[in-house]
Design a protein around this ligand. Structure first.
Ligand code: IMP
Ligand code: MG
Length: 178
């Protein structure tokens, strides 16, 4: 398979194939289903834009009733390193009070995004808040770490399956390194 080339650069290799991802997402969905009961009021909250494909695949593998919503945060822009500055556009219409919230991330890198977003979510007084991330670079220890992790990711800039570099590569069905 030819690795895609865009104005923003070229992939060096495929890190997780579409099949690798499918199998792991299916396991995560089952594990999440086992952690709650059907009566629990579970809200899957996806962090846009990066998690949009992961959330779409994950929720179809969760065998209990859930609700799905999204929030928007961003920090990277057109670069490969975090600015540390996180813009958060949170949708306050979605009440999380008393609910079992699962925050879904595409990747935990510097942890800055979660460090900013977690206190804001906790202010909404959810009954319980867990984090599910497809990828974790394991660079930092968060005050509240992810309960469900798809893959421990290499320290490279990864794109595809929702992850972008300057908005390129999001649509790839696999994850590659640049
Ligand atoms: P953090 O705040 O550094 O943990 O990263 C937060 C966000 O930055 C992630 O949700 C991604 O959208 C983006 N990001 C971090 N690392 C990567 C990467 O390797 N590739 C693409 N996007 C990344
Ligand atoms: Mg991004």
């Amino acid at each position: 398979m030819d690795l895609p080339l865009t104005g923003n650069g070229r992939l060096r290799r495929i890190v997780y194939s579409a099949g690798d991802i499918r199998r792991r997402v299916s396991e995560l969905g089952r594990e999440i289903g086992e952690a709650y009961s059907a009566e629990d009021d579970v809200l899957v909250l996806g962090m846009l834009k990066g998690s949009f494909i992961f959330v779409a695949d994950l929720v179809r593998e969760i065998p209990i009733p859930i609700h799905v919503d999204f929030l928007v945060a961003g920090s990277y822009g057109n670069r490969m390193t975090t600015s540390g500055e996180v813009r958060l556009f949170y949708n306050p219409q979605t009440s999380i009070t008393g609910r079992n919230v699962i925050l879904v991330e595409d990747i935990i890198d510097s942890g800055n995004t979660l460090l900013r977003v977690l206190p804001l979510l906790l202010k909404g007084e959810p009954a319980n808040l867990e984090i599910c991330t497809l990828l974790h670079k394991r660079l930092i220890r968060l005050p509240k770490d992810a309960r469900w992790v798809g893959f421990d990711a290499p320290e490279e800039f990864l794109v595809g399956y929702g992850l972008d570099f300057g908005e390129d590569f999001r649509h790839l069905p696999y994850i590659g390194a640049m």
